[in-house]
Design a protein. Structure first.
Length: 64
């Protein structure tokens, strides 16, 4: 289980680093914002995947 979580977080880290390094390359293009949004989508998915095993920690509990 621990090894699987390590790879989830590593995928998230790699996606974030790729976005940060590619941002200056695409800002100058006409549709640069669209390209960056398309690149940000896998980051959102990998973030959700990395936190899926700990979703009970982030749940909002309702008080009675």
């Amino acid at each position: 289980m621990q090894r699987e979580n390590r790879w989830r977080h590593l995928a998230l880290l790699i996606c974030i680093l790729l976005l940060f390094t590619a941002t200056p390359l695409f800002v100058g293009f006409r549709h640069g914002a669209v390209i960056l949004n398309v690149m940000a989508a896998p980051i959102m998915v990998s973030g959700a995947y990395a936190l899926s095993s700990r979703k009970h920690e982030f749940a909002i509990r309702k008080r009675n």
